[in-house]
Design a protein around this ligand. Structure first.
Ligand code: NAD
Ligand code: WQD
Length: 336
């Protein structure tokens, strides 16, 4: 039985789907602070298998311990966390409490329950401003916002945990920019309020929920002046979790980038989304967003060599799948 924390969320629901599809049993835990349980109902009807859902908070050590024991959990995929970069500067202590303290409580419960296999959702944000590209796992770390620092501190904590007890099997996955949705159009990203991230915002412009996109700067040192990122299809990302889980048979700490190795500019994303949706994406050029870097993309070689994993879906597929989800669910899960 695999415990997925944050299982009702955007990436979590796709991870649950991948695990169930692979024949594994799943208990999904979530406090539903940024998600809707409907995502997991859809996951179950999509794959024709059921999972166990527990409405719980990772900061509640006792509740986690009970779930680990009662469900016979053998490994944890830990995605629960707060993730809004801007918000993390406004209320940093909330992020440290939720992400760092929450992870400490989770680990404590795991130790007591003798569950010592953990896959953790880290982020490319731990690299901060790139000093060279593409970003490999050896690149110096230096996040530029509190959210990123919660990820870095948790990474360091996990490494210390292994140094103190070499029975742990730890996977640290640094995601680049997850976008897209399951090809069924039934599960996808359901942001609360105005989306912070590019692709969800573009999708809401396409469907008419937002009037136009503001491009955050077109004076970067890139071919078209707009920021370049490594967008990765959420289904490819989810399959990376399955690969790492089957690889964590030996104790150790495995830190891997999950990205495509390709960079695309904001304008390329807009053009691709327009092409697959057939809808115009009006935009205006605005100021640079504080903390943004010009270019960020992964060197995914290590994940390829270690796991035999690589992303397979193109930017056009990411946009097409994201669009199908948006079109079928204009109000996200709240419309159900
Ligand atoms: P999400 O908000 O959709 O999912 C996170 C889930 O965790 C939500 O369902 C939320 O309700 C739950 N949660 C939050 N705090 C909790 C707590 N204390 N106890 C129990 N549940 C809690 O976000 P996502 O995009 O699916 O991200 C999943 C993970 O991946 C996060 O840790 C995030 O930091 C990380 N990540 C995301 C991205 C991205 O761009 N989406 C990139 C890199 C890393
Ligand atoms: C992508 C590009 C923007 C919005 C964030 C987090 C990172 C990780 C992934 C969690 C940039 C531009 C955006 C808009 C725009 N999350 N943009 N107009 O900033 O690369 O990464 O999500 O770990 O930590 O920082 O992604 O989608 O916000 O931006 O022009 O309205 O789109 O400037 O170049 P980002 P994003």
């Amino acid at each position: 039985m695999i415990l997925v924390t944050g299982g009702a969320g955007y990436i979590g629901s796709h991870v649950c789907m991948a695990l169930l599809d692979a024949g594994l049993d799943v208990v999904a835990l979530d406090n539903l602070s940024n998600s809707n349980q409907a995502s997991l109902q859809r996951v179950q009807s999509l794959c024709g298998r059921s999972l166990v859902f527990r409405h719980a908070d990772i900061r509640n050590e006792e509740a986690i311990y009970d779930i680990l024991r009662a469900c016979g959990v053998s490994a944890v995929i830990h995605l629960a966390g707060l993730k809004a970069v801007g918000d993390s500067s406004v209320r940093p202590m909330t992020y440290y409490e939720n992400n760092v303290l929450g992870t400490m409580r989770l680990i404590s419960a795991m130790r007591k329950a003798h569950v010592k296999t953990l896959v953790f959702s880290s982020s490319a944000t731990v690299y901060g401003v790139p000093t060279y590209l593409p970003l490999d796992e050896q690149h110096p770390l230096g996040p530029t916002n509190p959210y990123g620092r919660t990820k870095l501190f948790i990474e360091e904590m996990l490494k210390d945990l292994y140094r103190s007890d070499d029975e742990w099997r730890l996977g640290i996955l640094r995601y680049f920019n997850p976008v897209g949705a399951h090809e069924s159009g039934l599960i996808g990203e359901d942001p609360v309020g105005v989306p912070n991230n590019l692709v969800p915002f573009v999708a809401q412009v396409a469907i008419g929920k937002q009037e136009k996109l503001k491009i955050c700067g077109n004076d970067y040192d890139t071919p078209d002046g707009t920021g370049i990122r490594d967008y990765i299809h959420v289904v490819d990302l989810a399959s990376g979790h399955l690969s790492v889980l089957s690889h964590l048979k030996q104790p150790g700490v495995l830190t891997l980038n999950l990205g495509t190795g390709n960079g695309n500019s904001v304008l390329e994303v807009i053009r691709t989304f327009e092409a697959v949706s057939g809808r115009p994406i009006p935009y205006e050029i605005g100021e640079r967003r504080a903390g943004d870097v010009a270019i960020c993309y992964a060197d995914p070689t290590l994940a390829g060599e270690t796991l035999g994993w690589q992303s397979t879906r193109s930017l056009a597929q990411m946009c097409a799948d994201h669009w199908r989800w948006q079109l079928n669910n204009p109000c996200g899960y709240r419309g159900t």
